[in-house]
Design a protein around this ligand. Structure first.
Ligand SMILES: Cc1cc2nc3c(=O)[nH]c(=O)nc-3n(C[C@H](O)[C@H](O)[C@H](O)COP(=O)(O)OP(=O)(O)OC[C@H]3O[C@@H](n4cnc5c(N)ncnc54)[C@H](O)[C@@H]3O)c2cc1C
Length: 398
């Protein structure tokens, strides 16, 4: 494995660092954006402003074609980008779904008219997007989805229910997977009858209900379609070929764990610094010291795992089984660090935000519950283990 960067990669990294040095401190110094009392809304406004700044510097959509303001970044440049952003602790992105998943799919499958219609709003953060795949009976087994879209002239009439759809209440547009051929289920070819439909979230016949999560935040929603009439020209790709569109979308979701080991390392460093300040005795506790050392070692292992996946891709080999292993490492370590956070801070650890004695605005207590999502999102732990057992270890099926 060769860790050295090529000249182009070094130039890419240096340009990004210089741009961040010039833009990030000034952006951070400007402070909060908007004076609303709603913290979720304030966060989104800040992310919107940051994405606009990135877009102006051609750093928002690095994988998009140059003609669309992208950089056509290589796999190693994606890893560099993720690491540098994590090191610089940049704000989140307003349109993560749009930039990383849906935009590339519109570039790949969309007509010229569709690209002109939707891509500018994704790039400049003027329109927010959600991704509507999961249903109450179709999560890990996504092919089981049953939201129906029936063609009537120049519209699809959509009926059904989607759940856990992130930020649907803020989105102007959504990319939804719907069933256009109900016979495919009876034929036992469930993946064949699915289409990808772009939906205007303000259409009559769509109800969006926010679901409060265990942290008290309002991130995801239930979306109910009751005869919503979606223009047929909003179909992305061919009718009944939505599975191919979706797999491309999820493929993009699985790129970019490289920055995670850097973010988690920063989280561990922050935890040690905050413990030194608020509960220094914990740093002398042999049990806690051992847990810190174990996490540190596992983080280093994860960094090397990502490097090996990258090296394989660069050599044209399949990055297998490093990708599901890195996903497991990510969920295991995020949750382990979150638990360590609460334990290291002793009595201050569980204090939630808003109280007089909270540490780091309640971050550690919040993180303890929030990180549970990492064993569900981007493929559940059990399903990842099945994949490894089946395809990597080749364990016999029962
Ligand atoms: C924070 C968050 C944000 C999300 N945002 C979105 C979004 O924007 N859009 C969207 O479409 N969805 C979103 N989801 C939904 C997510 O994709 C699903 O939760 C995920 O696919 C799992 O599906 P499920 O919840 O139906 O669980 P299920 O698939 O019902 O799984 C339940 C349990 O059974 C286990 N299990 C399932 N199948 C097997 C098997 N074959 N073998 C062994 N064990 C199995 C699972 O591992 C899990 O523990 C989000 C979820 C979270 C937590």
């Amino acid at each position: 494995m060769d860790f050295a960067l090529t000249e182009e990669d070094e130039a890419f990294r240096d340009e990004l660092r210089a741009w961040l040095d010039e833009n990030l401190p000034e952006f951070n110094a400007a402070g909060e954006i908007g004076d609303e009392n709603n913290p979720d809304r304030r966060t989104m406004l800040r992310r919107q402003a940051w994405q606009r700044r990135l877009h102006e510097g051609r750093w928002a959509a690095i994988n998009w074609p140059k003609s669309w303001g992208g950089r056509e970044a290589t796999v190693s440049q994606n890893a560099i980008y993720a690491e540098e952003m994590a090191k610089a602790k940049t704000p989140g992105i307003y349109n993560t779904n749009g930039l990383w998943q849906i935009g590339p799919m519109i570039l790949r499958w969309g007509t010229e008219d569709q690209q002109q219609h939707w891509l500018p709003g994704i790039l400049d953060a003027s329109e927010h997007w959600c991704q509507g795949f999961t249903e109450p009976e179709a999560g890990s087994d996504l092919g089981n989805l049953r939201t129906m879209a029936v063609r009537h002239g120049d519209v699809y009439v959509v009926t059904g229910r989607k759940i856990w759809i992130s930020t649907a209440h803020l989105a102007k547009w959504g990319l939804f997977l719907v069933r256009t051929d109900p016979t495919s289920l009876e034929r036992g070819a469930k993946h064949d009858g699915i289409s990808a439909l772009i939906v205007d979230m303000e259409l009559p016949g769509i109800e969006v209900q926010v679901i409060r999560d265990i942290t008290g935040g309002e991130l995801f929603c239930e979306v109910t379609f009751d005869g919503a009439r979606v223009p047929a020209e909003y179909l992305l790709g061919q009718e009944n070929q939505g599975w191919q569109v979706a797999m491309g979308t999820l493929g993009h979701e699985r790129v970019g764990t490289a920055g995670m080991s850097v973010s988690m390392r920063i989280e561990l460093d922050n935890l040690i610094a905050t413990t030194r300040h608020h509960n220094p005795a914990a740093l002398e506790d042999p049990g806690l010291r051992e847990r810190v050392a174990r996490v540190w070692t596992q983080l280093e292992l994860t960094r090397l795992l990502n490097a090996r996946a990258l090296s394989k891709i660069l050599k044209g080999q399949p990055n297998w089984p490093e990708v599901p292993l890195a996903k497991l490492q990510w969920s295991y370590l995020s949750q382990t660090i979150a638990e360590l956070g609460v334990d290291m801070l002793g009595p201050l650890g569980p204090l939630a935000k808003g109280g007089p004695d909270t540490v780091d605005k309640g971050h550690w207590a919040h993180n303890y519950v929030w990180q549970r999502f990492t064993s569900i999102g981007a493929g559940t732990t059990e399903v990842q283990k099945n994949i490894i057992a089946d395809r990597a270890i080749k364990m016999p099926r029962r």
